[in-house]
Design a protein around this ligand. Structure first.
Ligand SMILES: *Cc1c(COP(=O)(O)O)cnc(C)c1O
Ligand SMILES: [Zn+2]
Length: 420
């Protein structure tokens, strides 16, 4: 099967472009030219598509900084850029000690230009949209995808349309989409309904779809995996044992797995050096966790989802057919955490100076839980992915933090107050 970790590189089929890039269906293997037509899924079976390269990347081809450092693994040399990527891999010594693992690093994707990892996907996705010559860009979003699309659309001089679940998007994210001049439609439904509608709009030619169903977005997001491996190796002379990440539509899980598969294909990484991909969801929106824990090959759509971590309030993870093999074939797992555990982890990260939005903190909450249950052992080196910035969701930050204390406009009174 084509999603095996050991799948060899393929030679380019006739439909490949001059760079030996093509699209391939992960279900039936049908192959398509990459930029001749607009398509998001397989014409024959509606399966998910993957971008394929005849020459998978090696570490020594990478040069420069940010997402486009990795253009040997991307379909273009450069894209519509702000620029993005090259995010910090923070140490968190107190948290590491407290949770009890050998090494702990926090890959803070909130440090991207619009404050989430979605920028990595959009720099590639908007470049592809230009190649295809489409007019309007669109996405359904729990917030961050819309902020990134709006900014990259603006940068590329293109019109953008975003569909958001009414009342369920954090303030910072709507503010971004609004100021970057996206047309914002608030749908009286959840994220999954928004995605149903925007897919239909795309199918009817109203707009070019830039949700993570679009295989080119995941190409940009692969670079998170490359950056983690390179930085960890530089610091410790070895790769991390495990990467723990929040899961919504499971695009990142799929993208990281693809990065590792391509490095294995090129002979740059041994199969046993691939980090165990470990997904975390909120208890109120955990269809992937259910599938992993019950050993199901398919993920059941949850109609009713709820969590304070609005970025992962998703009941129908569209990339599950790519992500489930990623979790299984790397020896990883998945776990659900409560909203309270998420808020605790958000405070723990803040205590190390790392400000993240609730969904991001799910990774650390999940690590703690799996460490407590013994599923993760004390000798592991772990990287937790924090996906979005604290300022994305100021209301959640206020709720998790301490209230300001009112004092009189007088130094003596302030000192008295401090000594109370
Ligand atoms: C989009 C998003 C996620 C979910 O990522 P998937 O790739 O859809 O699994 C998690 N956290 C934040 C902050 C996000 O914006
Ligand atoms: Zn197919």
């Amino acid at each position: 099967m084509s999603l095996e970790l050991s799948a060899p590189a393929q030679s380019a089929p006739g439909c490949a472009n001059d760079d030996d890039v093509w699209l391939e269906c992960i279900e039936c293997g049908e192959q398509f030219a990459p930029f001749d037509d607009i398509r998001y899924t397989c014409d024959d079976c509606d399966g998910l598509l993957e971008v394929r390269y005849a020459e998978p990347p090696t570490f020594d081809e990478f040069e420069g900084r940010g997402v486009w450092r990795y253009n040997a693994a991307l379909p273009f040399e450069v894209g519509v850029t702000l620029p993005e990527g090259d995010t910090p891999l923070h140490e968190a010594p107190r948290l590491r000690e407290d949770i009890g693992v050998d090494k702990l690093r926090i890959k803070h994707e909130g440090m991207n230009p619009t404050g989430s990892f979605k920028d990595r996907g959009m720099t590639v996705g908007v470049r592809v949209a230009k190649e295809l010559g489409v007019g309007r860009l669109a996405c359904a979003s729990t917030g961050n995808t819309s902020a990134a699309l709006a900014a990259y659309g603006a940068r590329g001089g293109m019109e953008t349309l975003v569909l958001l679940p009414s009342g369920k998007v954090a303030a910072g994210k709507i503010a971004q989409a609004s100021l970057h001049d996206a047309r914002i439609l608030e749908v009286d439904g959840n994220f999954d309904s928004c995605l149903d509608i925007v897919q239909e709009l795309a199918a009817r030619g109203e707009a070019y779809l830039l949700n993570s169903l679009n295989p080119f977005r995941l190409e940009g997001q692969k670079t998170i995996g490359f950056e983690i491996l390179e930085a960890h190796y530089e610091d410790y002379g070895e790769y991390p044992d495990r990467i723990v990440l929040p899961v919504g539509n499971a695009g990142n899980t799929s993208a990281l797995y693809k990065a590792f598969r391509e490095l294995v294909q090129s002979g740059s990484l041994d199969e046993d050096q691939v980090p165990k991909l470990t997904g975390v969801q909120a208890e109120g929106a955990a269809p992937m966790v259910e599938a992993v824990r019950e050993g199901n090959d398919e993920v059941r759509r949850w109609e009713h989802v709820e969590t304070k971590a609005t970025a992962i309030r998703i009941g129908n993870p569209v990339n599950a057919p790519k992500a489930l093999p990623g979790i299984r074939n790397t020896g990883g797992t998945a776990v659900a955490v409560t909203d309270e555990e998420i808020t605790d982890a958000q405070r723990d990260l803040a205590g190390e100076g790392i400000g993240v939005e609730p969904a991001s903190a799910a990774s650390v909450a999940g690590l703690r839980k799996l460490r407590q249950s013994g599923e993760i052992s004390a000798d592991e080196s772990v990287v937790c992915l924090t996906t979005g910035h604290l300022l994305k969701d100021p209301d959640a930050a206020f709720a998790a933090g301490d209230d300001p204390e009112p004092v009189p406009n007088d130094t003596e009174a302030v000192i008295d107050h401090l000594h109370e």
